[in-house]
Design a protein. Sequence first.
Length: 275
Amino acid sequence: MKLFPDHLVSEGLAESLVINKIYNMDCTEGMRMIPDNSIDLVIADPPYGINYYSNWSKDSNYRSRVRSVGGISNDKENNTDFLSEVVQELDRVLKPNTHIYWFTRWDRVMIQQPVLENYFKIKNSIIWMKNNWSMGDLRGAYAGQYENILFAQKGHRTFNEVAGKKRHPDILQFNRVPPNKLNHSHEKPLDLISFLIEKSSNRGETILDPFVGSGTTAVAALHTNRNFIGFELDPEYAVTANERIAEAKAELCGSDRGNQSYSERWSIINGEKKV
Ligand SMILES: C[S@@+](CC[C@H](N)C(=O)[O-])C[C@H]1O[C@@H](n2cnc3c(N)ncnc32)[C@H](O)[C@@H]1O
């Protein structure tokens, strides 16, 4: 089974990419190779535009695992033109009646919301409430305990039921990844990403993550029997993401559900697909 229709493949538009793979390349270049209307859900965790440098740079263990102590690509304060280009491509590749989740921070919402609104209908600014407090100005500011996720639609799609509930509140509580387990300074919790995937896509559908980082979306897609495709500019993070994907596949192949192993289910649902 192919992800994209035959005529697009024969026109050469979809020849060079395959799904269930992440690519070490700029997402704006990569997305140009994805045909129109071919993606079922976008999970985007872009560089926030905050010139991030890690506070943990003195911890040598952390430094060797979490490479973004030196900063994150395309994170300079005025990255709006870059993000606009990304959003334009996301609109093109998403099928009609689909969802997009866009991670950001409270002081970037006023800049990034209008960028998204050029193409999508924003339905919520979801609060991801974490179990920790961020550092920042310890004496002069309240301890930050959340990040924002802009939830937007292309057309209209209704939510799936997850954990017996169709309607969930716009405050989502998920523990952040503990510092000693982090692969990336901005790594998102696997259970949060799996939840968003289950709310907004079906088994066998394809999820695009333009900013793969350590590969959380890809691993969550494997856990939830969805296909994925993603791009990561930093070669070392692309390696980390591929390692996590390989580990997840190995782990899931060993786990049975009912009388069907994960590998059987994976090949039935996802198979080998040429883009
Ligand atoms: C906020 S992090 C994503 C973290 C990810 N959600 C995780 O759980 O590990 C953003 C990532 O986007 C990458 N990046 C920045 N510009 C990019 C571009 N043009 N194309 C692809 N990746 C890019 C950065 O190297 C960084 O790893």
